[in-house]
Design a protein around this ligand. Structure first.
Ligand SMILES: [Zn+2]
Length: 363
């Protein structure tokens, strides 16, 4: 639904910066006809054809230009009739002494700003930090979301007979069971498609995903149109279930929610045009994955060696742990390690063999 209210528009600009740089050129009509490059924008004037083209294209076609520009797309779906929206945005930027060229296309408004000042512009456009969403109980909340998924999206009813088998397989392959809200979800539905964007995989499909590069407890459960995957860390680091976008890095992934329910809630509310986490304020931080032999692995090994054998006189303080404490702690070796490093201990038999995740999350 296009947004006409100017105040709402300005507070909901979702600026997206493109990697590519652009240049403005003017060519004669006959020169234009010979060009093989594809401009992102063109306009015919009496004096010639104005083009906005990727800098790399302009260079390959030997076009003249001065200055390179960065492109920011305002992801809010602005109604072309929203009087004053462009003017208000331009004013905000020019008040900071930065020049700006705007292009209103059918779906969005686009800003071209000098490349060397684009970071300042991005700061100006970022929406003010949002108030933290009051935490709701994920279990109550998932029960409210499931009927909405059945009525407004595509979902199959779960086949109950396969469930206990699936859960057992998950616990053995991933080292941990699914969190309670996710269990409720899979008891009710399977093969869910939300908008035309998010495919929540059936348990079987999710179990079969190749995850050789991922920590053992990362369960990839959702596929994006790009083929990229979203995973949940079942090991519950820091008392949460991080939802991780696997499509945005090799070893440095973005955490986009702290529970399965929060993720569902946000994709349902955000709509289908984009992923809600392109908005940086929706990101919780990063999950770094370390492969074997990395620096961090070495640090962990040193700490593990330092802890020494479990030959203390008490039982480990961790719930239901039968081991004795190590010399320097009231915990056993594994639990002391996990207390300090906040990652599953890689040295105990049921921990991931070759990968570790380390979280850097915002408060
Ligand atoms: Zn213990």
């Amino acid at each position: 639904m296009p947004e006409k209210n100017l105040r709402v528009l300005l507070s909901s600009i979702k600026p997206r910066l493109h990697d590519e740089q652009f240049v403005f050129c003017s060519v004669l009509e006959r020169e234009f006809k010979k060009l093989t490059i594809q401009p992102i924008c063109m306009f015919r004037e009496a004096e010639g054809v104005s083009l906005i083209v990727a800098k790399s294209d302009a260079d390959s076609a030997s076009l003249k230009y001065d200055g390179t520009w960065s492109l920011i797309t305002c992801e809010v779906n602005s109604d072309l009739n929203a009087v004053g929206f462009i003017a208000a945005m331009s004013k905000m930027i020019s008040d900071a002494g930065i020049s700006v060229n705007t292009v209103s296309a059918f779906h969005h408004d686009h800003l071209f700003v000098p490349s060397d000042r684009v970071e300042e512009v991005m700061l100006l456009l970022q929406e003010p930090p949002q108030k933290p969403v009051p935490k709701r109980d994920p279990i109550d909340n998932i029960r409210e979301l499931i009927p909405m998924i059945f009525s407004e999206h595509r979902a199959h009813k779960a086949l109950g007979s396969l469930l206990s088998q699936g859960h057992a397989l998950i616990t053995s392959k991933f080292g941990e069971p699914l969190p309670p809200d996710m269990r409720i979800f899979y008891e009710r539905c399977s093969d869910v498609k939300i908008f035309d964007r998010y495919s929540i995989l059936s348990l079987q499909k999710a179990i079969d995903v190749d995850r050789s590069q991922l920590p053992r407890s990362w369960f990839p459960f959702c596929e994006l149109p790009s083929g990229g995957l979203i995973a949940i860390d079942l090991s519950e680091p820091n008392g949460v279930y991080p939802i991780i976008d696997l499509d945005c890095g090799d070893f440095d992934y973005i955490v986009i929610a702290l529970s399965f329910t929060e993720f569902l809630d946000k994709i349902l509310a955000h709509g289908q045009d984009s992923n809600y986490w392109i908005d940086h304020s929706e990101q919780y931080g990063t999950a770094k994955v370390h492969l074997k032999n990395s620096q961090v692995r070495k640090k962990y090994e040193e700490y593990w060696d330092l802890l020494g054998p479990e030959n203390g006189s008490q039982r480990c303080m961790a719930d239901a742990c039968e081991n004795k404490n190590v010399k320097l702690s009231v915990f056993c070796r594994q639990h002391q390690f996990e207390q300090v490093h906040k990652v599953p201990c890689p040295f105990t038999s049921d921990a991931p063999a070759d990968t570790l995740a380390e979280y850097v999350l915002k408060e």
